[in-house]
Design a protein around this ligand. Structure first.
Ligand SMILES: Cc1cc2nc3c(=O)[nH]c(=O)nc-3n(C[C@H](O)[C@H](O)[C@H](O)COP(=O)(O)OP(=O)(O)OC[C@H]3O[C@@H](n4cnc5c(N)ncnc54)[C@H](O)[C@@H]3O)c2cc1C
Length: 399
């Protein structure tokens, strides 16, 4: 790995400026590695030139979107390639409930564009306001709605990528089985026997999915940019349901909370989010008036075809979770009664508090120079987060 000062500038987008490198030495996680350089390619051709140069000089490239990933995939010693500014375009195909976007386009950008057409991006990661399409795909991001709609994988139809030798190509779902990498029947059996049978697994490549489908897209999604740089994503969208209602349920113990989850899942919620005590203490710091003794809070949301149905199912959820006798009557396992209580705050208010709080936690780790990063410049200030929190605080529980 050449020292930063020795790096030539093969494309106009590459800089070795010390302050810029320092700005890109962190993401939202705890790792800090000052890269050798930072590149901000403006479009596919500049990116291809950069990748070819990196292949020739054996310089590692570290793709990066908004830098909101916490495990540190967006920081490294090589050249950080910030794909968040240079790929901002949207090509809608509303009649097919789909949209092609450049890698820089955020989940919120997509939902904003699709909303007037009654459509939305189904996955709703809490980082959606800033996470880029490239980053969402590379991490197979999920979020509270994944309880019903799964993670990003289920909603990506195709991607455009630049490979390690600089080749740009499109990978479309269903275009071919086992065409790039063959998995033998023995290997498939091994994957089937050994791969963890979890609902979501973000560790390593999605070999289980690939062994099943043979679809290259399944390997690329969740690969954290280790197989290719994503320059564009074709998202499948879903219609926005007619009505939604939600409840915030506080629990005196995590055991009680865990017992409530299967029941709530049986009611077919559209989103479930857990805020634990650590988080609630942070939110309390914002002046949110939560009852004492809450060990965990479940934010549950139900989408239905009518307002009455949405409210009705919230009523069911709240009644069942606040009634120990009915709870036990359903034969739920567990040692004690369900100790839950509805909490007088809207899901939006609490979720926003949670998001801004975790956001602030991430931002608090930064020092002055970090603000020079274009990716971080879009992040809301703590004051902005606080004022938005208080603006939503008056909302009541069921909407
Ligand atoms: C407050 C907060 C809330 C969050 N909520 C959620 C949540 O609800 N659900 C969830 O799943 N995650 C969540 N995250 C984690 C994170 O936001 C997501 O993983 C998101 O998808 C990362 O997008 P990004 O654009 O910030 O990518 P980055 O953080 O910049 O990068 C993440 C990884 O993807 C790679 N990458 C980025 N762009 C590209 C590209 N164009 N091509 C190839 N590889 C690329 C990077 O190398 C890195 O390995 C949250 C994070 C924060 C700070």
């Amino acid at each position: 790995m050449p020292h930063a000062a020795l790096l030539p500038a093969p494309v106009p987008s590459l800089t070795t400026d010390e302050r810029v490198r320092a700005a890109y030495s962190e993401g939202a996680g705890i790792y800090r590695i000052v890269p050798a350089g930072v590149a901000l390619p403006r479009g596919v051709e500049e990116l291809q030139a950069l990748v070819r140069w990196a292949a020739e000089t054996r310089t590692p490239l570290v793709p990066r979107g908004a830098g909101s990933g916490m495990p540190g995939g967006g920081v490294g010693r090589g050249v950080v390639v910030d794909l968040s500014p240079g790929f901002h375009w949207i090509a809608p195909d509303w009649s097919h409930r789909a949209v092609w976007v450049g890698a820089s386009v955020t989940a919120a950008d997509i939902s904003d564009a699709a909303r007037p057409f009654g459509l939305r991006l189904a996955p709703d990661p809490s980082s959606g306001a800033f996470a880029t399409s490239g980053g969402l795909t590379a991490t197979n991001a999920a979020g509270p709605r994944s309880v019903r709609c799964g993670s990003v994988r289920a909603w990506v139809d195709a991607v455009e990528i630049v490979e390690a030798d600089g080749t740009a190509r499109r990978v479309t779902r269903g275009a071919g089985r086992w065409e790039r990498f063959v998995v033998s029947p023995d290997q498939r059996r091994l994957v089937d026997a050994r791969f963890p049978k979890t609902r979501k697994n973000s560790s390593g490549y999605a070999l289980d999915r690939y062994a099943e489908s043979g679809d290259e897209l399944d390997l690329l999604i969740g690969a954290e940019g280790t197989l290719a740089l994503v320059t564009a994503v074709r998202w499948r969208l879903e219609p926005i349901p007619p009505d939604v209602a939600g409840a915030s349920l506080g629990f005196g113990s995590l055991d009680a909370l865990a017992q409530a989850v299967p029941f709530l899942i049986a009611l077919n919620p559209s989103a479930v989010e857990l805020l634990d005590r650590t988080f609630l203490e942070l939110v309390r710091g914002d002046g949110l008036d939560l009852p004492a003794g809450i060990e965990g809070l479940l934010l549950v949301e139900f989408e239905r075809d009518t307002r009455a149905a949405a409210r009705g199912v919230v009523g069911d959820a709240v009644r069942r979770c606040t009634s120990p006798r009915r709870w036990i009557g359903e034969g739920w396992s567990g040692s004690g009664p369900c100790e839950s209580s509805p909490v007088p705050h809207s899901r939006a208010s609490l979720r926003h508090g949670a998001r801004s709080r975790s956001w602030r936690t991430a931002v608090c780790r930064s020092s002055g120079w970090r603000n020079t990063s274009p990716a971080f410049a879009r992040r809301p200030s703590a004051a902005a987060c606080r004022s938005r929190c208080s603006a939503t605080r008056a909302t009541v529980m069921c909407t």
